[in-house]
Ligand binder design. Structure first.
Ligand SMILES: [Zn+2]
Length: 189
């Protein structure tokens, strides 16, 4: 491993993208089925729900939820390489975010997307574009931490549609998985 491995250029700035896996149970994602079984068992037993949700999630170290989360929190962080995160990461944006939410809604967001030349029939194009861009930016560590609660850690990821750059909201899941919560969450200033 080279000393410079974690350093890269993001938006013309050199940043340290050292990745970590949030670990609550001492069993890394690689353990697969065993880890899943224990995770579910811990949930049933009423372990700290927030730490349980964070378990197995990947963050760049400079943008990770606070550790420890609470008194006697025994969570740790495991080092990951960017390649490991890149290999497994994927993002999911439900097409209904566009078909049922953006374009069926009235006012603001619908007008905004239409002003950029998108209509209901472009929902699939938008879905794929959001999934692609969100994953790319996440892997670069280009995201902002948002609310953390019993549902998990939310992050904001910049999306660029025809030069219009804005934040979209995503929930972080174990193994580098992202799910879209909000297609448009405000302008990037
Ligand atoms: Zn904890």
């Amino acid at each position: 491993m080279s000393t410079f491995e974690n350093f890269e250029m993001v938006d013309n700035q050199i940043v340290n993208n050292k990745w970590i896996e949030w670990n609550h149970f001492g069993i890394p994602n690689e353990a697969g089925f065993l880890r899943e079984t224990i995770r579910i068992l811990m949930l049933v037993l009423g372990h700290c729900l927030i730490c349980t949700k964070l378990d197995g999630c990947y963050f760049v170290e400079r943008k990770m939820p606070e550790q420890p989360q609470h008194e006697r929190c025994d969570c740790t962080k495991l080092n990951k390489s960017q390649t490991q995160v890149k290999d497994v990461s994927n993002s999911e944006c439900d097409i209904r975010k566009f078909t049922d939410y953006i374009f069926r809604g009235t006012g603001g967001k619908k007008d905004l997307f239409e002003s950029w030349g998108y209509t209901l029939k472009d929902s699939q194009i938008l879905q794929k574009e959001f999934e692609k861009q969100a994953r790319e930016q996440y892997i670069k560590g280009n995201y902002e931490l948002k609310g953390l609660d019993y549902n998990g850690q939310r992050i904001a990821i910049p999306i660029n549609l025809k030069g219009n750059i804005f934040y979209s909201g995503w929930m972080v899941y174990p193994n580098g998985k992202l799910k879209n919560t909000t297609p448009f969450g405000g302008w990037v200033k």
